[in-house]
Design a binder for this molecule. Structure first.
Ligand SMILES: Cc1cc2nc3c(=O)[nH]c(=O)nc-3n(C[C@H](O)[C@H](O)[C@H](O)COP(=O)(O)OP(=O)(O)OC[C@H]3O[C@@H](n4cnc5c(N)ncnc54)[C@H](O)[C@@H]3O)c2cc1C
Length: 429
């Protein structure tokens, strides 16, 4: 509800609704591309600062992000009960970026761009095709030429498959060298598999004594607080780490949608959605960062050239279709998750799989990738997906469930090895 005040709405060329990951990357890109002559407003009830999440992503070395990285690895491991595979990612590398430096860079960019910050929620958005009127919680409002909206929201309607990527990670500090800083564990499927879904652990070491160790599930439902702690402790034990020699320095919790439901990227002519809200989250993996970065760069380049700030779709349409089929095969039990990912990495160079997951492969490469999965379950999932699409056309649209908040631990408890405690415990979301 817009409150009525005497002051006129703030007039800007560009209003960013939401100032999280997507908007931070966009501010940095606008600064990088020297977009100086735009009036910009950022509307977010929260001013993002510090470490509230860790982004892992792959890409080419020597990008403008390099000075901000906490670590990067040329080699990663994918492990199953049957084997441990070490993948050389050349010419790509896997990288870890903590949110603090990203938010700091965005804050510097915000100052240089002379943007106006409104610390209030955006409540209403009305696009008349020429200007967009945004009602803000402080009652003043913003009138913008374009709105770039990254506020979290559920998809436009229910998907055919609705999963969540949900996880808890511990930043572990060890008394003695226990991690291999030269190598990250990308996916370790030796964790007990849930009845419906896929689970894995991973390890992102920044030194031989300090690493982010996470337990992740791709599945329909969240665990309890105790469930995450038990799963993560189980994974720590699987890694052979002695809990008495470890301290949990920070905790990360998160929930990311994994669904073939639509996230409309341009709901009205002058409103463009970015980030997870705009479809930047890859349905089959939950990875989002690379698409957000790519789209931020496209928007900034377009504005620098005097064009409309509309990025290319986060992923090609055929990739979204392949993801829908893969999610369906995993959900309906046709394909086991560990087996699915193991075969992908077994039968393709790692670089091709990673490019595929970023939406950057050619159709010919995608045929090879699809051929590396088990044929019959994928054919069944493709047929099921086609039938479901037809059914969706004839029956009324079902609303999508809201994306639930992450389960955040309640009572801090004792230190060494056990669940985290006290001031050391930085909880995300
Ligand atoms: C803990 C965590 C770890 C992740 N790790 C990875 C990873 O390793 N790799 C990867 O690719 N992806 C990862 N993701 C997924 C994705 O990259 C992040 O969620 C990313 O931050 C998404 O950016 P966003 O801008 O879409 O949303 P957010 O960063 O969540 O930003 C949304 C912003 O909107 C604001 N907002 C909410 N309501 C309003 C309102 N009414 N008006 C104005 N503003 C509002 C919020 O305060 C917030 O600042 C992770 C996600 C989480 C939660």
């Amino acid at each position: 509800m817009v409150r009525v005040t005497d002051s006129a709405p703030l007039d800007v060329d560009l209003a960013l609704l939401g100032g999280g990951g997507a908007a931070s990357l966009l501010l940095a890109a606008l600064d990088r591309h020297d977009v100086r002559d735009l009036r910009i407003a950022i509307v977010d009830p929260v001013r993002r600062r510090g470490q509230d999440r860790t982004w892992a992503f792959w890409g080419h070395p020597d990008s403008d992000l390099d000075p901000l990285l906490s670590a990067s690895w040329q080699q990663v491991e994918v492990a199953t009960a049957a084997r441990r595979r070490v993948l050389d990612l050349t010419p790509l590398r896997y990288a870890m970026l903590r949110s603090g430096p990203v938010y700091d860079r965005a804050a510097d960019a915000e100052r240089r761009l002379d943007a106006t910050r409104i610390v209030a929620p955006a409540e209403t958005v009305r696009d008349d095709g020429d200007r967009v009127l945004v009602g803000t919680g402080d009652g003043r409002g913003v009138r913008a030429g374009w709105v770039l909206d990254s506020r979290p929201r559920p998809p436009a309607r229910a998907g055919r498959t609705t999963w969540l990527q949900h996880f808890r990670g511990w930043w572990l500090e060890a008394d003695r060298p226990v991690f291999d800083p030269m190598r990250a564990v990308l996916m370790d499927f030796r964790t007990p598999q849930p009845p419906r879904g896929v689970s894995f652990g991973y390890v992102l070491p920044v030194s031989d004594r300090y690493a982010l160790v996470e337990y992740t599930e791709f599945s329909p439902d969240l665990l309890t607080d105790a469930g995450y702690d038990a799963a993560l402790a189980g994974y720590r034990d699987l890694l052979g780490l002695d809990p008495t020699g470890l301290r949990v320095r920070e905790v990360e919790n998160g929930v990311i949608p994994m669904t073939d439901a639509p996230f409309p990227a341009r709901p009205t002519p002058r409103v463009v959605r970015l980030g997870t809200a705009g479809g930047a989250t890859r349905p089959s993996t939950g990875f989002t960062f690379s698409a957000m970065y790519r789209q931020a760069d496209q928007v900034a380049r377009a504005l620098a050239a005097g064009r409309a700030p509309v990025p290319a779709p986060a992923y090609p349409r055929r990739h979204r279709w392949m993801d829908a089929v893969a999610l369906r095969a995993l959900d309906r039990g046709g394909v086991g998750g560990p087996e699915f990912f193991d075969r992908l990495f077994d039968r393709n160079p790692a670089e091709r799989v990673l490019r595929f997951l970023d939406g950057g492969t050619t159709p010919a490469e995608e045929v090879v990738i699809m051929n590396s999965t088990r044929l019959w379950p994928m054919i069944a999932a493709t047929a099921g997906d086609a039938v479901h699409r037809v059914r969706d056309r004839v029956r009324p649209t079902r609303p999508a469930p809201a994306i639930p908040p992450a389960v955040v631990g309640s009572a801090p408890t004792a230190r060494r090895g056990g669940p985290p405690s006290g001031e050391d415990d930085v909880r995300a979301r």
